[in-house]
Ligand binder design. Structure first.
Ligand SMILES: NC(=O)c1ccc[n+]([C@@H]2O[C@H](COP(=O)([O-])OP(=O)(O)OC[C@H]3O[C@@H](n4cnc5c(N)ncnc54)[C@H](OP(=O)(O)O)[C@@H]3O)[C@@H](O)[C@H]2O)c1
Length: 359
């Protein structure tokens, strides 16, 4: 199958995706019969306006990456460069698949929300790494995808490589998931590990995390527990049908943890961890994020540093634990490809986006 694709956002994950695709093209074609043809890419250029590259015959990804690296803009791609806006690219391309990798907006989900809505409404399948639209429009976007009979993949937005969504939605098929608990934020876990192992203060550990480029641009999102809460919310809404909002999650973070508290926990043989927890009660799902003392028998006891982990409790398959999910743009790109392959296997990427008759 040939899948005509457009890419919105060509930053770390977007360029990472192009590299992953170059590396995996032959494997995808020979082993899975999937040929992903990138017709167009759009990003915001150095001057703050839209920069694009588009060819109805497909772009050469090596040349695209090279052009971007040498000139700083994809619009310098010879013969196909231009200035289509994101919505114009969706409307003009007639692509079957849109990959949304623009920055996360935690205030209202834009521009990702409009991009995804426009593509789904036009009959395009969508795969995204952007949490913002899922926080504000998850239910509506899911319904739009169903109404238009197209695929919608978002596993890259929830702990990237760690397959929380694919496990919850596919591998646990037939189960009722009664609880999800997880170490879902690598930065706060790294800080707690550094404080425990090296005896450093929180601020020092945070500076190290920032030097490693794993912290959010605004590190309060990591430290105050909100990044964990966002991932927990999206997971519970999609795996446990929670239908909840961020205000339904009780959130506290690691900001007040002292060396004293770490030492006291250690003296009891335990580890302090920031845990996100969603638990099914009779009629709804309770969600919270907060510090917990983890005892040595718990599978999270040795989940240290930048590692993440999640544990599902189910009615049919018992408890399932996953470990992994290092923060890394190429791994996030790999998670996007995972969604594309799964959607293609289910024949959810078919037809083509309806072309806008005006063009
Ligand atoms: N980095 C990771 O490891 C990781 C992991 C999982 C998920 N994610 C998520 O994946 C998304 C992309 O992350 P990233 O690290 O690649 O971010 P990034 O480096 O900031 O890239 C975002 C790209 O989108 C472009 N852009 C901004 N507004 C746009 C618009 N209206 N239309 C088209 N393009 C637009 C940006 O252009 P300008 O830079 O010129 O504004 C840039 O090319 C984010 O939502 C992020 O939270 C990232």
């Amino acid at each position: 199958v040939k899948i005509n694709t457009v890419i919105l956002g060509f930053g770390n994950v977007g360029r990472g995706f192009a590299s992953v695709l170059l590396r995996k093209a032959e494997y995808l074609h020979k082993r899975l019969d999937i040929q992903l043809i990138v017709l167009g890419v759009v990003e915001i250029g150095p001057d703050g306006s839209f920069h694009s590259a588009f060819s109805e015959h497909g772009l050469d990804l090596m040349k695209l990456l090279e052009t971007r690296r040498k000139t700083g803009t994809i619009s310098a791609y010879s013969g196909a460069g231009g200035h289509y806006s994101s919505l114009e690219l969706i409307e003009r391309s007639g692509a079957q698949l849109m990959l949304e990798m623009t920055p996360t907006n935690l205030k209202e989900g834009e521009p990702g929300l409009s991009h995804i809505g426009a593509a789904l409404a036009r009959g395009m399948s969508v795969v995204t790494s952007n949490k913002g639209p899922l926080l504000f429009g998850f239910k509506d976007l899911k319904r739009l995808a169903e109404d238009n009979n197209v695929g919608f993949g978002y596993s890259a937005a929830v702990a990237g490589a760690l397959p929380i969504i694919p496990t919850g939605c596919y591998a646990l098929a037939g189960c009722q998931v009664d609880s999800i608990e997880g170490i879902l934020n690598g930065t706060s876990n790294y800080i707690l590990t550094e404080m425990t192992n090296s005896g450093v203060a929180m601020q020092q550990a945070l500076v190290k995390a920032q030097q490693m480029e794993i912290a959010e641009t605004d590190p309060r999102l990591d430290i105050e527990g909100y990044d964990t809460a966002f991932k927990l919310l999206i997971s519970a809404n999609s795996i446990m049908d929670a239908d909840a909002k961020i205000s339904d999650v009780k959130v506290s973070g690691i900001e007040h943890v002292t060396q004293d508290a770490i030492e006291q926990t250690r003296s009891r043989g335990c580890m302090l961890k920031l845990i996100g927890r969603a638990r099914r009660t009779d009629d709804h799902v309770d969600m919270s994020v907060g510090l917990e003392e983890i005892h040595p028998e718990h599978p999270f006891y040795s989940v240290n540093g930048i590692w993440k982990a999640v544990k599902f409790e189910t009615d049919l398959l018992g408890g399932i634990v996953l470990l992994g999910g290092k923060s890394d743009p190429e791994l996030a790109a790999g998670a996007m490809l995972r969604d594309i392959v799964n959607l293609a296997r289910e024949s959810r990427i078919e037809g083509g986006g309806r072309l806008d008759k005006r063009f």
